[in-house]
Design a protein. Sequence first.
Length: 316
Amino acid sequence: MNACYFDGKTLQLKEVPKPARKDGEALIRILYSGICNTDLEILRGYLGFRGIPGHEFVGIVEEADSECWHGKRVVGEINCGCGRCSFCRQGMQRHCPEREVLGIVGKNGSHAEYITLPEENLHEVPEPICNEDAVFVEPLAAALEIAEQVHLQPGMRAVVLGDGKLGQLIARVFQLYGADLTVIGKHPQKIRCLTALGIRAQAGTEGIQDADLVVECTGNPEGLALAERLLKPRGTLVLKSTYSGEFLFNPAQWVIREYTVVGSRCGPFEPAIRLLESGKITVRDLIFRIFPSERAGEAFSVAQEKDVLKVLIQWT
């Protein structure tokens, strides 16, 4: 099969062996895959990943142990737990110490013609959701995870730092909850996407202080210092960014100001699917461009440009 393969230095479109599914897994033919910031950080060395990146996708099940999956159009949760540890037994596969993570840790990902995933990770895509929109189920679920961890209330003063792909989805979720929301961004086109939906978005922090909740999803270590300046004492800081490299900071102010700090990662797929199906959250405006698979290298180059939102790759 054709796949985007990262060898630790360069990403190449090349021919690699088609994956062989294990018992309990499904073989999925990829229709579309989406390039996210984690994919771009992998190219910069994040987690030392080698192989096929990618974890946002929609595809068709071609093989599975359970016949009910055959021919179904699916998206899939990205964490593959061992099934034996205490975390897996509690339904917390995303925290399994032996887990593989699609396109991120130990398992080839979705920027390819085929992947394998455990059947228990699969979710059928309803007919009203088109293929392009279905690619957003995984990142929208990640945005919804914040609502699972933090009590969002109408009128609460919330700030989202970052106008990129994830920040755009988080803002749409917060809008549903009636938060008094401001998104702080840097890119005019991305800010316009938000204001077109009636979401307050701006390029600086003027007029913003003492926020009840700040979500840091800039993808940049500098975002953490900015979040600290905007958050009120006893406020809640949600951390969404993942990036390669390390940085040092002094948490003394976090202690003094008694912040609640929440790490937030993957989220619930079924609510994300329902929101896309109902049209309560729309994502079509976030698609910047769709590339055929033979131009996957160009797709990655475009995805790294500053004013670009979601870039998709069409595989079949």
